[in-house]
Structure formats: C-alpha cells, structure tokens
Design a protein around this ligand. Structure first.
Ligand SMILES: [Zn+2]
Length: 319
C-alpha cells in the first residue's frame, strides 16, 4: 500500500495556535517531502481570527455522515466541515453537487464521488493538560500500530491513547476531521494554555510531524524497520465529571496531587478533587487507572474533569 497525498492541518480548534503557526511555517519549509504531495490547511479560519475554539459548533465533532449530509444546517463549522470534506475527502456520499464556502463565498462544484483525495491527514492539536506528545487513535489497524511503534522509537515520552468508538460496531461513524481520510495522525501536545505559543510544544509537534512524514516514505518504500512484538498503550475507559450542585455549578476542582499527572498511575485512596468546603475526594476504584486530559480547559463547558484509561499491552502483529 502506498500513501502519496498527505494533508497537514492546523487550527481545527481556533485557539490552539501551535498548529496554526506550524502550518504557516512548514508550508514554506516543506512544500513537498521525498515524493509526497503535501497540502497545508487552516481548518477553522474564523475561529482562528477570534482565538476561539469554535464559533457555533466544535469543528472536530462535525464530520459525522449525518452532519456532512445535512443541507439545512447554517452553523459556520458545519459549512467548514463540508468544504474540508470536499477538499480532502469525501467521506460518504455528500448528497449535494455544490458547496458554497461561507468563508470565501466561493462555490465549489463537487467532483465525481470516489476515493478520498488525501490518503493521510495529520491534524495538529494542543491541550492544556500535561500530556506531552500523545497520538490518539480509534482503530487498531496495521498502519496505526506501525506508526505508533515508529514514533515511540523516536520519542521515549510519546503516549499512545486508544479511544475506540463508543458503539460496539467497528464501522461506527466518527465525527472527527481525521475520519474523512483512510489514515491519519490526530496529535495532542501539551501542556500549553489556549491562545499562545510555547517553544517546547512547537518543537515537539514539529518533530512528530516530520517523523510521521519519514514513516510514510519508509512505508512507501517497504523499508520500515522491524518493530517490537508488543506495544504498551492506554485504552480509554470512562470520562469523570466534576462534582456539581443542583444548579450545575462545579463544587470541587482537580486536587493539586492529580494536577499534571496525566498517564501516571492513579490508585485507590489517591486524592482527585478538592471541594468548596475544603474536603478532599479520593479515588475509589479498586484497580489502578491512568488519568488523561486532566483539567483540560476545553472540556469545562461539558463539566468533564478528566478521563480514565487502563494500560494494556497489545500485539503489533496484525495483518
Ligand atoms: Zn484541539
């Protein structure tokens, strides 16, 4: 299998400036890479201009087939999703012939439906959580596992976060930008506050993008190195909400002992929250877990405090 066309995307969330900065830097530095055709895209220009995560709706939750086919929707991000699906995908049958780009007000005639235009999408995100470089994947396919091995060997501190679809159905539709191409790298790098640039986070992100392009060229040339037989990953288990009162106000915040402890073992009896009346809430789970997205600013509007994952070892020998 060959991967020839790679899209490098930043600003899917308009307040994550690292990806925006790197799209603008790399499009001049890397117009192409060892025979790969690269396309650079700022996904959400209006949100970038306003340093907001999104204007009307989270763009990275707008790529479900249902949203892409809904011609009635007027939200900015639903339009962006259709335009990006036209440029990089398409995923599914768009069910329309023209798409007006609300941003440029140009009309795009859709070409014949067929294979997606881009084989691989690198979508650069940042997080306010202390997650280092994290590769998030929702399928345990051969390419993802090979890429996970390759990136792990290049970066000792890389974290692999497996977030399977909520539905048991393996083909269940996902709403993420990455879902419109067959393969991709959704990347989270942090900690960095929203709206600013941090040298170390930019450096880690750029290195991972370059390593991924190197991986693709080696894959295309059948010259990937041998990989270990197994790989340690963190599998998403559940989402933990902040304690709230009857009016929905948060009544406890992340305990200082849990802050910045993403991917660190969390045992029964460890502090997790500190309440308005100065009490500590402890972790009650009988088995150790590993917290992820601890105190992520973008999830406060949903009252999400952190996620829990378990560390598992998986075989890399998939066909
Ligand atoms: Zn993001």
């Amino acid at each position: 299998m060959k991967i020839k066309k790679v899209a490098i995307v930043g600003g899917t969330h308009g307040n994550e400036n690292t990806g925006v900065f790197l799209v603008n830097k790399l499009k001049n530095a890397l117009p192409e890479y060892k025979g790969l055709e690269l396309k650079y895209l700022l996904a959400n220009p209006m949100a970038i201009k306003n340093t907001r995560r999104f204007m009307d709706h989270d763009l990275n939750r707008s790529f479900g087939i249902k949203e892409l086919q809904n011609i009635e929707s007027s939200e900015y991000e639903f339009n962006r999703a259709k335009v990006i699906n036209y440029k990089l995908g398409p995923k599914g049958d768009p069910k329309y012939d023209f798409i007006i780009d609300m941003h440029t007000t140009t009309s795009n005639k859709l070409g014949p439906k067929g294979d997606p235009k881009y084989d691989f999408i690198i979508d650069m995100h940042t997080t306010t959580s202390n997650m280092g470089v994290t590769f998030i994947f929702s399928a345990l396919n051969k390419i993802n596992l090979q890429l996970a091995c390759f990136l792990s060997e290049r970066n000792d501190s890389l974290n692999l976060y497996y977030h399977p679809p909520e539905s048991k159905n393996a083909d269940s539709d996902l709403p993420y930008l990455n879902s419109i191409s067959p393969f991709g790298l959704p990347l989270e790098v942090g900690p960095v506050p929203n709206g600013l640039l941090r040298h170390d986070v930019i450096e880690m992100t750029e290195k991972t993008v370059r390593d991924t392009l190197e991986f693709i060229t080696l894959l295309n040339n059948d010259s990937l190195p041998d990989f270990p037989d197994s790989l340690e990953i963190f599998q998403h288990m559940e989402t933990i909400l902040f304690p709230c009162d009857d009016d929905g106000n948060i009544t406890a915040y992340i305990h200082k002992d849990l802050q910045d402890k993403d991917f660190c073992e969390l045992k029964q009896g460890d502090p997790i929250f500190y309440t308005v009346d100065n009490k500590t809430i402890y972790f009650e789970n009988e088995f150790p877990m590993y917290p992820v997205f601890v105190n992520e600013a973008a999830y406060y509007y949903q009252n999400i405090a952190f996620s829990l994952s378990k560390k598992i070892s998986i075989s890399t020998h998939l066909t």
